[in-house]
Design a protein around this ligand. Structure first.
Ligand code: SF4
Length: 318
């Protein structure tokens, strides 16, 4: 952890959205909502009319679906602090990860549909419970709905920073609508090569869009900085899940982050991969699916991932 480095501390912090000009948050919410008419909210560009209830790859129509909302103490130390991260788990997803550990929420779309007023109430309730931030989990496909809710919540007194907790399969159009609104971007940069992105994520162009999205996030908020108590205030926090047998993917991602973002990029190198969803399930020929990733990551692979991150020039990582 580099919380004690003075360069990465902010003594004076207010959520970015409080500095917008009057009416700007409402204007952004309205512009975003109109983009649902022929949906290009994410890189899938389905062009379905979600205002009329049609759905595309993400399976979500006019309104967002919420799986759960609660103070989360399982996130990174700098997000959960002492009072938890105010997490809102959003159902549906624009990726199709074969190893997804939350596939019931992301691919089976388990959750209840809520309009903007109810989601604004959830944000305010999480603030009343003392949470340090509002943590939107998998928001790529519901950016308009989150802006609608945020506009109402801020009007009613929300004062917490927004964490945008994403797969990084985001469109630049959506991210530009969030400029000056999101304080902490937390993209999970998953894989690098097109064959791996296609096989494991169901999106050949994933890394192409993730690179553009993460560069835009970094342009907006810069490297991760903290409040004096060690809680994250603003910046980009990269997550990277180490996967079995795929260290070359990790190495390419680390090199890109150090060379194209900054060696100061903060990275959480995650160790919790385990076979889930379609990995290890029976295929039509009777064998286990995706057998090459049907095991946990070894300690040797994890320590090698850390070595590769250091070798790339990164130094702020867990
Ligand atoms: S947000 Fe959903 S409907 Fe819109 S382009 Fe993405 S996957 Fe398609």
């Amino acid at each position: 952890m580099s919380v004690d480095d003075a360069r990465f501390q902010l003594d004076d912090f207010r959520p970015a959205y409080l500095t917008l000009s009057p009416g700007e948050l409402r204007r952004r919410a309205e512009a975003a909502t109109q983009s649902l008419r022929s949906c290009q909210v994410c890189p899938r560009n389905c062009r379905v009319d979600r205002l009329a209830g049609q759905t595309g790859t993400c399976q979500i129509g006019r309104h967002a679906r919420v799986s759960s909302a609660f103070p989360h103490f399982g996130e990174e130390d700098c997000l959960r602090g002492s009072r938890g991260s105010g997490t809102i788990f959003l159902a549906g997803c624009n990726l199709r990860c074969v190893f997804c550990q939350n596939f019931d929420i992301s691919q089976l779309v388990e959750g209840r549909e809520y309009g903007p007023g109810k989601i604004a109430d959830m944000m305010l309730a999480l603030q009343a419970e003392g949470c340090h931030n509002i943590n939107l989990v998998t928001p790529e496909h519901v950016v308009p709905q989150m802006l609608e809710a945020l506009y109402l919540a801020v009007d009613a007194g929300l004062r917490l920073p927004i964490v945008y907790n994403t797969s990084a399969y985001d469109s630049l159009q959506s991210l530009r609508l969030l400029d000056g609104i999101v304080d902490i971007y937390m993209p999970d940069f998953k894989l690098w090569t097109e064959p791996c992105c296609q096989r494991y994520l169901g999106a050949r162009d994933y890394a192409h869009h993730a690179r553009a999205a993460i560069a835009e996030m970094h342009r907006q908020v810069g490297p991760l900085r903290f409040m004096p108590d060690g809680v994250a205030a603003r910046g980009v926090l990269i997550r990277h899940l180490v996967m079995p047998g795929l260290l070359e993917e990790s190495a390419a991602i680390f090199r890109w982050l150090a060379d194209n973002l900054s060696p100061d990029t903060y990275v959480n190198i995650m160790a919790q991969y385990h076979p889930a969803n379609r990995v290890g399930t029976r295929t039509s020929d009777g064998g286990p699916g995706f057998v090459e990733i049907n095991r946990p990551v070894t300690m040797r692979e994890l320590s090698e991932a850390h070595r590769l991150a250091r070798q790339a020039g990164l130094w702020r990582f867990d």
